[in-house]
Design a binder for this molecule. Sequence first.
Ligand code: ZN
Length: 715
Amino acid sequence: MVKTYAYGFPRIGKNREYKKIIEDFWKGNKDQDELISDTLKLEKQTIDTYKGNVDNYPTNEMTLYDKMFDMAILLGRYEPFNLEHYYDLCRGRGCLEMTKWFNTNYHYLVPDFSDWDEPKFYYQTRFKITGENPHLIGPFTFLKLSKGIPKDKFEEFALKLAKIYQIIMDDFYMVHLDEPAFVMDLSDEEIECIKKMYKIMTSDSRLKTKINVFTYYEDVEWLRELFELPVNGIGLDFVNGRNNLRNVLSMGSSILKDKTLYAGFVDGINVWKTDIRYVSIHLDYLEKMAKEVVVTNAGPLYHLPVTTEGEENISTELKNHLSFATEKLVELSDIKNKDYSKYEKYNGQSNNKVSDRVDNLTDEDFVKEVGVEERREIQDGILNLPELPTTTIGSFPQTKEVRVNRLHHKKGKIDIGEYSSKVSDFIKENIDIQEDIGMDVLVHGEPERSDMVEHFCQRLDGMQSTDNGWIISYGTRVYRPSIIHGDVYRPKEMTIYEIEYAQSLTDKPVKGMLTGAVTIMAWDYVRKDIPIEKVAYQIGLCLQDEIRDYEVTGIRMVQVDEPAFRELVPIKKRYHKEYFDWAIKSYNLSTNTNPETQIHCHMCYSEFNEIVNEINQLDFDVVSIECSRSGGEIIEAFEKIDFKRQIGLGVWDIHSPAIPTKDDMVKILKRALRVIPRRQFWINPDCGLKTRGWEETKTSMKNMVEARKVIINEE
Ligand SMILES: [Zn+2]
């Protein structure tokens, strides 16, 4: 009988306990001992859940903020002297850069080695590893995802690091190493380097540790060499690794004779149920090839909410097709027991009006008639903006009052009239504050939105939001993905009322606020029963209809956010083209409206340098992007192309509570203006402000307006 194994269970807890524990510590409501004991309790709950469902699982999965950062500490790169210092490095002034974790919406802190001339790793034992089978980030993935290591020194760092891993692992009977970087496009030198690293890690004959290496999110192209690594077990993703299964099956029966194969058949990153019968058939084949086969999840389970239990608003029909993390563990046990009874093929709800419209799209639907430079002239005539206009990204602090208003309305404690009148009050306050500070382009502040994706999902047919389906995007930051389960249709306008009201309060332009199709898809779970581009175009058409409704009400600017445009880019280069093709087309379809309407786009953590040419094919008029954490890299990217559009570089890092000074911002502005023509330049923070408090937001906005004045006056 096949054994079962699971890993990466969400640390958030069934009722978001994780968030509360840590944020209580930040607020001073919990001391260090309570913080540690409460998170250990949470870890114990996870272990109990594992124990009830699967044969084995890793330990040491808890973190106080981020596993990459913890690994960097364990290896001696950072030496926080207490927890306050630890959190300062995570989120304070001078914190580490944050970037997306592969093609997911999880973000990690990037260890930076730029001030290390040579590898100085050591095993920092002060931070204890817990349990018998610790879950660690593998050495290659750790280094590959770090920054600041010169190319010609990579191997030197890698080999030194391997020695430290050997020392760390020596204490354990079994170790779980995550090596998702094995699925990236690797050079021959890198593969050779991995082989050397793993040889060093296992070179001491006294080492009795069983090492299991897990790859996921895509396939591994150098399977033969992977299988020859001197380790006990290899984990492969047979769901998202498109060619893994075929490649393994074609390799002949003796290839894994001395290895345990951890067969990832239960999708860790999407919510659809596993076809248990399909898995069983393939396991039968694989069992003939390997010393042992253990069935496991494909990709860590933290991309999923904890459980579907208690989700009262999801129809039974849909719920029968869904599995969140806990249910995925049950599926593993069903695979073991060959219980095929719970799975049935899923076909999403169809809507002919929608599918016909998508089927009838032609090339013209994806291309604007008027080019960007000509649009600029038309729009300048209408908007009359000053040089270097200031704006914000869209959301304003979600204060307690703002959240309570939505909650009371949701729970039926106040009626729609009272709710809406409060929303209007918040919008008025937001507009007044921006007018006072002297911003040029205003936003309504989004007091009616809990989340920039969920808000739309709740207003579109074919999408299902959840009550308690939270997942972590970084640190303690959580959000609730929805499920795109049927054809997507807009029964009525989604955002016009609030924006129209905001615009009625001011002569300055107010931006309409929408979330782009790619981001909606990246941050939600997407149906798999129709091609992905069809889903994108369905959403694109809903957005286009919404912009046309804005135009009728006299709104002159609409921002269509695509913060996740980079996230969905496939890990392997060879799949980029097919992705960018539909992603770019969906954006241009959404925004293919009147040339008079200025289209803004916002992107976060986009690593622009890599995809600047593709971004340039998105036909927006203005883009605002993150810049303050990754500094000059983004600016350099724009030096390389002839960028005709307008651009706002984020001059303040809103992910940190530190208030940027006027001088901080002047510095960033000056550096950017050396590369980007003044005429094309906007000034803004690097992201929405909903997680920030009002005082810091106001001060930062004032400093931003002052920084602009410095630049204007210095001319
Ligand atoms: Zn952002």
